[in-house]
Design a protein around this ligand. Structure first.
Ligand SMILES: Nc1nc2c(c(=O)[nH]1)N[C@H]1C(S)=C(S)[C@@H](COP(=O)(O)O)O[C@H]1N2
Ligand SMILES: [Mo]
Length: 413
């Protein structure tokens, strides 16, 4: 499980409470932390660092560039606007189309948005929300964050858009080399109006209550709540209002489906690599809650050599057993200081109004009944709110990785 190691620390407290809730006899036999499972979640020393949010430096990092812009020395970053004091954002009409914008925010005119302008807007308009950062092409999420920013539309309206606008595209600092450009785009409607219950697209400057680091895309990145990571452009410095009627994302180049929303899927975080015959098997994991929501997680142990059900590419006929979805964390972690309440949280209780929450992670656990000796394939999957079992209703990987996660378990006699 080396791929998910960066998310494991955030997971232990939740699963610990679940297993402690089972009967003492069952827990005594678990041996969590032995035989290649999670680091002993019951140990006192481990408990201090178990959190739900991922620390900024523990995110899996993606960002093109030679050198990647976040690795530039501080004085160079300052020079190119990758610094709060020198940062500027342009919001301009696309010169290739007839888009009409009355008051462009541009460097040329001296009207580009500065950090102080953004902070002034933040005093009135700042919002924050939970969002899982996931690369469309990678099965494990990069990290779970609480992101704060100003809705993009607030800044777009400052530029006084008039008409002939159907698409918004945007990019960040890319070493002033067109070959290194990384651009994403959104329909203008998505920027101006949020689907019911969804947070806005934001110009994001804080993660887990701290200023966004250069590595995470600071000083300002785009954050698109319902989308994969490639829409959330880092080191943002230019937004273009265009009359294009189609997408023009750099990410389209890799055969990627650039109109896809986040998918719902489950991954293992801890499981016993070996266990005794007949001994119950504690397994835990996370689920990304996509646009389709999450109603259940299931697990299936199947002898490794035995044939799979015929004509069943998506494994719908397995002997799937229910796992338990765990509630919101008691401690959020991630270096989070006290601060404003995230969208979707109840001001009276300070807790999320719904759990699991869309576009966030949920944690789950199960104690599977013991099985005879042998090698087994252990799988997990989600069921979404409409009842679709993963990887349906969208099984194709170029719209987001969601294969049914399979690991191997060795049961000894
Ligand atoms: N400027 C810029 N922003 C970018 C990228 C990039 O290459 N350049 N990569 C994107 C992709 S593909 C992903 S998955 C996310 C990853 O965000 P993270 O590094 O904060 O985990 O950043 C996105 N933002
Ligand atoms: Mo990505």
């Amino acid at each position: 499980m080396p791929n998910s190691q960066h998310l494991l620390n955030e997971h232990g407290e939740l699963t610990r409470r679940y297993f402690l809730g089972l009967s003492a006899a069952a827990v005594a036999g678990l041996g969590i932390g032995e035989a290649g499972a999670a680091p002993a979640p019951r140990q006192q020393e481990a408990l201090t660092r178990l959190e739900y949010l991922t620390h900024s430096e523990n995110f899996r990092n993606f960002g093109r560039g030679n050198p990647p812009p976040h690795t530039l020395p501080a004085d160079k970053r300052r020079e190119v606007g990758m610094d709060r004091e020198t940062w500027q954002l342009e919001v301009v009409p696309d010169p290739e189309t007839d888009a009409k914008v009355d008051s462009p925010l541009s460097r040329e005119r001296g009207t580009a948005l500065t950090w102080n302008d953004l902070m002034a807007l933040a005093r009135e308009h700042a919002v924050c929300y939970l969002h899982v950062m996931t690369c469309l092409n990678v099965a494990d999420p990069c990290g779970m964050g609480l992101w704060e920013g100003v809705p993009l539309r607030v800044v777009v309206w400052k530029a006084r858009p008039v008409g002939n606008i159907r698409r918004v595209f945007y990019h960040g600092y890319h070493n002033d080399d067109p070959k290194q450009l990384f651009q994403s785009s959104l329909p203008f409607g998505r920027v101006l109006e949020d689907p019911p219950g969804e947070p806005p697209v934001i110009l994001c400057y804080k993660l887990n209550g701290q200023w966004l680091s250069p590595e995470r895309g600071g000083p300002v990145r785009m954050l698109v709540p319902d989308a994969y990571g490639f829409k959330s452009v880092k080191w943002l410095n230019r937004v273009v209002l265009s009359n294009l009627f189609h997408a023009n994302d750099t990410y389209a180049g890799g055969n990627n489906d650039i109109d896809t929303w986040l998918k719902t899927f489950a991954r293992f975080l801890s499981y016993p690599k070996t266990a005794r015959a007949g001994q119950p098997l504690p397994v835990t994991g996370l689920a990304q809650v996509g646009i389709a929501g999450l109603s259940a997680v299931q697990a299936w142990l199947h002898p490794a050599g035995a044939p799979l059900p015929a004509d069943d590419p998506y494994l719908t006929k397995g002997d799937w057993k229910p796992a338990e979805l765990l509630g919101p964390p008691a401690q959020w972690g991630g270096g989070l200081p006290e601060g404003k309440l995230p969208l979707g949280f109840d001001p009276k209780t300070g807790k999320p109004k719904e759990w699991p929450m869309r576009f966030a992670l949920a944690h789950w656990a199960a104690l599977l009944p013991g099985v005879p000796a042998g090698t087994y394939a252990l799988r997990c999957r989600t069921i979404d709110v409409a009842g679709h079992a993963q990887p349906m209703p969208r099984p194709f990987p170029k719209s987001g990785q969601n294969p049914v996660h399979r690991v191997q378990v060795q049961i000894e006699g």
